[in-house]
Design a protein around this ligand. Structure first.
Ligand SMILES: Cc1cc2nc3c(=O)[nH]c(=O)nc-3n(C[C@H](O)[C@H](O)[C@H](O)COP(=O)(O)OP(=O)(O)OC[C@H]3O[C@@H](n4cnc5c(N)ncnc54)[C@H](O)[C@@H]3O)c2cc1C
Length: 451
């Protein structure tokens, strides 16, 4: 923790020295009310971008520190690989994320699921107004069949024929830009909210990796960050703000809080929602490109089965990772079903900053059951040559719990330090983007009353 700043020395002793004046100014900057920014937001995924946009709209001075770059978002293998990053949660299980302005929404599918309002209400958070506002301004709708892939439609029919209770999801897709079919650019990304924030006067610094939050007498006063492309060349800087919002994503935020002196993060382990996909082929099928993730159903309460007929880029990346070289180019006749399970809490965040979790025997049993359901579904739809991908982690949740690590205003044990990203989302929220947008609006509304 930082030591308390003492401003008591007599001003007259400073009057004669320029250095002394700048020293005093620097110290004054650190006092509440004299900070350079009303709010410093660390990370620009859907959580951080929404807070930044909403606060800047209300006239607050906002700084966004974003670790990734700001190169234009593009579809395609190289553009995607350049922003993708994997975080190990133990062994060969990795969680994918994107390091760029807009965070992981740069590579997500665009499925939207309403936040569980009752769960949040029981935690003292009313998201109903935020949800109403988000729904009125976002491009949210179920997609017409013309924008889905033919294998996805075949599987949807099979799932219904097999008696599964299907949920058709709304997608964050601007259909007005899909006149010729699938378009990567049609997906809403949090970058659009960052751009709104910058238009409203917010400052965005890319390549800025926050290392810790500066704390003075139990109150967050600023952020120490590294600026530079490589860690070797990076320059360490400090910036001061009245409110600090950590929104660096579910993998980074617990580490940042720990580095800032909050020791009890992940004290009850975490959830990682293991997932994989089962792929097959259908000969003669000429599958056009389309949006994946538009439908799903649940088996035995916590095995989630869903549409994994992704766009071409995600398909290719997956096949490369699986070393299925021939399938990289056989997008047209591929058919796929995704499986994700709700694991129990466990594992640890180690002192060296690594997450580690071993899947329990019951998780293995759930994954096996999910695979069986996925295989039957693909076979019913006419698919052959089936194989299962590696297990991935969908997220890292449960490291920070509302009413335990943060209060109902998402404030940590330090005054003025808030968290607004996937790390505070309750573990049963498995499609979190819309929930994070609502949490961002909710937090900005609370903060704007005291800025
Ligand atoms: C392939 C894939 C498909 C998905 N599909 C869906 C979907 O269809 N629907 C859905 O709801 N969700 C989906 N998700 C999940 C969703 O994208 C994430 O849950 C969501 O983006 C998390 O938002 P966040 O704000 O918590 O973090 P992120 O979006 O990860 O943003 C965190 C930001 O913080 C930055 N950052 C990290 N560390 C630092 C630091 N130290 N200093 C400064 N900045 C830092 C990062 O660069 C990043 O920009 C998908 C995820 C993946 C990987």
């Amino acid at each position: 923790m930082e030591k308390c700043q003492d401003l008591s020395p007599s001003l007259t002793t400073f009057m004669h020295s320029r250095d002394a004046w700048s020293h005093l100014e620097a110290r004054l900057d650190k006092q509440p009310g004299n900070a350079e920014f009303d709010a410093i937001v660390i990370g620009s995924g859907p959580g951080g971008a929404t807070v930044a946009r909403e606060l800047s709209r209300r006239g607050s001075r906002v700084l966004i520190l974003e670790r990734g770059g700001n190169a234009p978002l593009r579809d395609g293998l190289f553009a995607t690989v350049s922003i993708l990053n994997g975080v190990s949660v133990g062994g060969k299980i990795f969680m994918g994320r994107a390091l760029t302005t807009g965070g992981t929404t740069a590579v997500y599918l665009g499925s939207a699921v309403r936040p569980p309002l009752e769960t949040f209400r029981s935690l003292g958070i009313d998201l109903s107004m935020a949800l109403e506002e988000a729904e009125s301004e976002l491009p949210l709708a179920t997609l017409p069949d013309a924008l889905l892939r033919p294998p996805s439609l075949k599987l949807r029919d099979s799932a219904m024929a097999m008696g599964h209770e299907l949920v058709i999801r709304r997608m964050l897709v601007d259909q007005s830009t899909c006149t010729s079919g699938y378009s990567y650019r049609a997906k809403w990304t949090a970058r659009s909210y960052v751009e709104d924030a910058v238009r409203n006067g917010a400052t965005l610094i890319n390549g800025a990796r926050a290392r810790r939050v500066l704390v003075d007498q139990g109150r967050a006063i600023g952020v120490e960050y590294e600026l530079g492309k490589t860690r070797r060349q990076a320059e360490t800087r400090q910036v001061f703000g009245s409110k600090i919002v950590v929104a660096a994503g579910c993998a980074s935020t617990p580490l940042l809080l720990r580095a800032s002196g909050i020791r009890n993060v992940a004290n009850r382990g975490f959830f990682c929602h293991p997932s994989f996909a089962v792929f097959g082929t259908i000969s003669g099928l000429k599958g056009t490109e389309g949006f994946g993730g538009s439908w799903g159903f649940i088996v035995d309460n916590d095995i989630h089965i869903g549409d994994a007929n992704f766009d071409r880029t995600v398909h290719r990346l997956l096949m490369l990772r699986e070393r299925k070289w021939l399938r990289v180019f056989r997008y047209g006749n591929a058919i796929a079903v995704g499986v994700m399970i709700m694991d129990g809490p466990g594992g640890e965040l180690r002192e060296d900053g690594r997450y580690y979790k071993e899947l329990a025997a019951e998780d293995g049993a759930k994954l096996a059951k999910g695979e069986e359901v996925a295989r039957r579904l693909i076979e019913h739809a006419g698919g052959k040559n089936l194989f299962r991908t590696f297990v991935n982690a969908s997220s890292i949740t449960g490291t920070l719990r509302i009413q335990e690590h943060v209060d109902e205003n998402l404030q940590t044990e330090y005054r003025g330090l808030y968290v607004c990203d996937g790390s505070v989302v309750p573990p049963d929220v498995v499609t979190p983007t819309l929930t994070l947008i609502c949490l961002g609006k909710y937090l900005a509304n609370h903060l704007s009353r005291s800025i």
